[in-house]
Design a binder for this molecule. Structure first.
Ligand code: UDX
Ligand code: ADP
Length: 479
């Protein structure tokens, strides 16, 4: 059996590496039109892979060259494949009907047309990237109408990926579940059994859930929407805590011990980020609007609106605390990735927070252990939703002179009026805050957008501390 995956990104790369690692008798080839990305996956040992993910290097090293290959020869490998996973970008549309909400399926359709044009044998085509409900129907039409050989059959399956970045290898090794959706026809069920047999190499049967196609597609959108909704819910409560003197961490812990609620995904934060949550919810909203479910659409839209509100609220707190002006003031930004243990910055809350601060005239000095200087400048110059449209990457504005990126947290904080924590990197907890305090302007502020620091200790040192959803420092209270 030969498996081919179109798209060597955050999902395609690790997922295929794990399949190859666990199934030595199956040949797995990951293809991408981005030659630089393929080259990076093929780097010799010791060089960095194109994405940072704990444990990924070991898995890739064990399988690469044995039964795992990365190639830009998409046509050849797709033609030879029995199972074709499609894991390409599904950005939010930036123009035209549904702009700002609907998924742009340009890359998906391009991949489907290519599969159809090169296929001389029947194939199972698997939706791996998150797609709107009923995408399989559209893709099937594209495949059938564009394949010259009438004997070639395509079976479409939906096999959404639930891995989270930073824990991808753990999530892939011991998944909560693997979900496979297929048509309820004989050939659909046969295809489903073939894909199931791949996962059965390491995933217990009871964790492989089989549904119809539309349920699988919708389950992925719903899972992300529900997770994001929990964060927005706790973030609304963080605002209420600040107004009432309650502590959001105590509230989250108290409610999380209720087994019906559970303790996970209740950390108040400066906002959720990542390539999926916002995009998938907007997509859900668009679908609901399309079928006339306005109230349902409004409900899910509010999850995104609250996330925007939380980022804005954080910026306003900083400005207000610093005597209503941050113009010309230096603010250290610790953390830019959308969460710890990843170098990924897609939809990171740091983008909106940094833009908000520079709009008010602040000078930012940014440090993140895994995000490059070039990436930070690019992110801060890219218009909303454009990041996932590779073809538009040529339209960059010049670098902002208000942004400096440094390679050390102490350097970032030197001479700063305030420090903001935007990513919960463990190394920030271990910083010498006495030393930092001595190097800062006074009064020295800390704005902890992830609640990871020891706030009592910081106050003892002399900092004025704002912590999300915590009783306000008397210095920060109005009047
Ligand atoms: C998410 C889903 O978890 C995963 O199943 C899906 O396949 C892809 O989208 P990911 O985006 O990698 O994964 O990260 P996740 O751990 O879900 O975090 C998303 C965002 O929420 C991050 O910005 C994180 O900091 C934030 N978050 C998470 C909180 O603010 N509070 C929490 O309690 C948890
Ligand atoms: P994800 O997080 O879903 O994995 P990424 O943006 O990291 O998304 O990866 C998607 C990859 O798909 C990119 O590397 C892009 O170059 C690739 N891609 C997009 N369209 C095609 C195509 N038609 N053929 C091959 N690769 C493609």
């Amino acid at each position: 059996m030969k498996i081919v995956c179109i798209g060597a990104g955050y999902v395609g790369g690790p997922t295929m590496a794990m399949i190859a690692y666990k199934c030595p008798e199956i040949q797995v080839v990951v293809v991408d039109i981005n030659q630089a990305r393929i080259d990076a996956w093929n780097q010799l040992d010791g060089c960095e892979l194109p994405i940072y993910e704990p444990g990924l290097e070991e898995v890739v090293q064990a399988a690469r060259g044995r039964n795992l290959f990365f190639s830009s020869d998409t046509h050849k490998h797709v033609a030879e494949g029995d199972i074709i996973f499609v894991s390409v970008n599904t950005p939010t549309k930036t123009r035209g009907v549904g702009a700002g909400k609907a998924a742009d399926l340009t890359y998906w359709e391009g991949a489907a047309r290519m599969i159809a044009s090169v296929s001389t044998t029947s194939k199972i085509v698997v939706e791996k990237s998150t797609v709107p409900v009923k995408t399989a129907e559209a893709i099937e039409k594209v495949l059938r109408r564009n394949c010259a050989d009438p004997n070639v059959q395509f079976e479409i399956l939906s096999n959404p990926e639930f891995l989270a970045e930073g824990t991808a290898i753990e999530d892939l090794t011991v998944p909560d579940r693997v979900l496979i959706g297929g048509k309820e026809t004989e050939s659909g069920q046969r295809a489903l059994a073939v894909l199931k047999s791949v996962y059965q190499h390491w995933v217990p049967d009871e964790r492989i859930l089989c549904t119809n196609l539309w349920s699988a597609e919708l389950s992925k959108l719903t899972a992300n929407a529900m997770l994001a909704q929990r964060i927005s819910s706790v973030n609304t409560i963080s605002a209420l805590c600040e107004a009432t003197g309650a502590d959001v961490q105590q509230v989250a812990h108290s409610i999380g011990t209720d087994s019906r609620i559970g303790p996970k995904f209740l950390n108040a934060s400066v906002g959720f980020g990542g390539s999926c949550f916002q995009k998938d919810i907007l997509n859900l909203v668009y679908i609901c609007e399309g079928v006339g479910l306005k109230q349902v659409a409004d409900y899910w839209q509010s999850v995104v609106s609250i996330n925007d509100y939380q980022k804005q609220r954080f910026v306003e707190r900083i400005i207000e605390a610093m005597f209503n002006t941050i113009s010309g003031k230096k603010i250290a930004v610790l953390g830019f990735a959308f969460k710890k243990d990843t170098g990924d910055t897609r939809e990171t809350p740091a983008i909106d927070v940094c833009k908000g601060l520079t709009q008010d005239g602040a000078k930012l000095v940014i440090y993140d252990p895994k995000v490059t200087e070039a990436q930070i400048h690019q992110d801060l110059a890219t218009p909303k939703f454009e990041w996932d449209h590779p073809q538009s990457s040529g339209t960059k504005s010049p670098r902002s002179s208000a942004i400096t990126v440094v390679e050390d947290a102490y350097e970032a904080c030197e001479g700063a009026h305030g420090i903001t924590i935007l990513t919960e990197w463990d190394e920030f907890k271990k910083l010498d805050f006495e030393k930092i305090y001595a190097s800062m302007m006074k009064p020295a502020f800390v704005f902890d957008g992830r609640n990871i620091l020891d706030h009592a200790k910081l106050r003892e040192i002399g900092y004025i501390v704002y912590a999300l959803g915590k009783p306000l420092d008397p210095f920060l209270k109005r009047g």
